[in-house]
Write a protein that binds this ligand. Structure first.
Ligand code: TRH
Length: 354
């Protein structure tokens, strides 16, 4: 039976929190659920999701304080702390909603250990309720990754040349195509030097990536065999298309990192920097998993590049052989697709607890 979901999202910074929540909301809605997405900042959705999504309503965070009812399932994304008034209504409901804390994605072992653990509430407005930890992840026993049911059919219908032409992106014959979505990154000059050895076009997303290539390539956005193109912000759907149409993708944070898993192209991930350097362990765990089955010279080179891009090593940057890497990426992506996806797991998990 379709249910009503209240999904709460606070935008800490950048676009990942709302990006993940929007993808999840749409994927739930596509499976027949009704979603209310409560957020303190819906503005990125103007370009991320200009056409909205049927059965998803975006509502201002403050309105949840006075909202008369609460849904069947409540998701607190990334420990965003629900409004207390809303929690009181959850506790007062004759049949308590299933309360989920959706955590950040990691390949670290604790994702498996913590996935599905209960957190009974002994104090405050939610006394008597249970909050459940839901850990996205790359392996069975975690909550999986968001992967829409129509992803494969979208990919098989995708026409790269038509998409590029429709978006004014010109790629010369023989030119390598690289997408760049990153935070400020001291390794960028080393990357551009490495890319400039072969005809390459870098498609830079707005913000840090565009500012960095302008800084290092100058106003013409050209150096040797390398040229840059500054892209506008595109919808999430077109962001997928961008990843599907490149030979190498640079992604960051959380949602673009997940989307890069579904592209055939190799990718380089820049982890979101955390004060206590927790992102180092996060990168190492992912590299261990991603490269576990990669042939030996490729595995070492990819790891070195990832460490370099995350500013853990310095010096000249060496690009691994993209053809061998692409073959590995395809095997990795295929293996991930054999596992259950996050929305299916969430539906199963919440149904079992209702
Ligand atoms: O923007 P991010 O760095 O987001 C986050 C946040 O910083 C968050 O606080 C942090 O906790 C988290 O990272 C780890 O990167 P992310 O997660 O890849 O989100 C970007 C979103 O923006 C993603 O949904 C894709 C979307 N996007 C578009 O839709 N169009 C675009 O043109 C671009 C560049 C991105």
């Amino acid at each position: 039976m379709p249910q009503v979901w209240d999904l709460f999202c606070r935008v800490i910074d950048n676009f990942g929190d709302i990006g993940v929540c929007w993808r999840l909301a749409c994927d739930l809605a596509e499976r027949g659920e009704t979603v209310r997405l409560w957020t303190d900042n819906a503005s990125p959705l103007r370009w991320m999701a200009p056409h909205g999504c049927a059965r998803v309503t975006v509502l201002p965070w403050e309105q949840a304080q006075s909202q008369a009812d609460c849904g069947d399932i409540v998701i607190e994304a990334f420990a965003c702390e629900l409004p207390q008034e809303f929690v009181s209504r959850m506790a007062a409901r004759s049949r308590a909603p299933v309360w989920i804390n959706l955590d950040y994605l990691t390949a670290q072992d604790f994702a498996q250990r913590c996935h599905g653990l209960p957190s009974p509430q002994f104090a405050g407005a939610g006394t008597g309720l249970t909050k459940w930890f839901f850990q996205p992840g790359f392996v069975p026993g975690t909550g999986g990754l968001i992967r829409e049911r129509n992803l494969e059919s979208r990919q098989s219908r995708f026409d790269m040349h038509a998409w590029r032409a429709g978006n004014g992106i010109e790629v010369q014959p023989g030119e390598r195509c690289v997408s760049l979505f990153c935070y400020d990154n001291a390794a960028l000059p080393a990357l551009l030097n490495a890319l400039a050895q072969t005809p390459t076009v870098v498609l830079a997303t707005p913000g840090a990536a565009t500012e960095l290539i302008a800084q290092f390539l100058g106003p013409t956005l050209k150096r040797g065999a390398l040229r840059g193109v500054a892209l506008p912000s595109v919808s999430q759907e077109d962001f997928d298309h961008l990843l599907w149409s490149c030979d190498l993708n640079f992604v960051r944070g959380e949602d673009s990192w997940v989307r890069a898993q579904w592209a055939d192209a190799p990718f380089v991930w820049q982890a979101y920097v955390q004060d206590d350097a927790a992102h180092h362990a996060k990168l190492d765990a992912f590299a261990d998993l991603y490269l576990a089955r990669a042939p030996s010279p490729l595995a070492e080179r990819v790891r070195r590049l990832w460490l370099h891009w995350n500013q853990r090593t310095m010096g000249p940057l060496v690009l691994p052989d993209l053809r061998a890497w692409r073959a590995h990426q395809r095997r990795w992506s295929h293996a991930l697709r054999e596992q259950s996806d996050l929305t299916s797991e969430l539906l199963r998990f919440t149904n079992e607890r209702r």
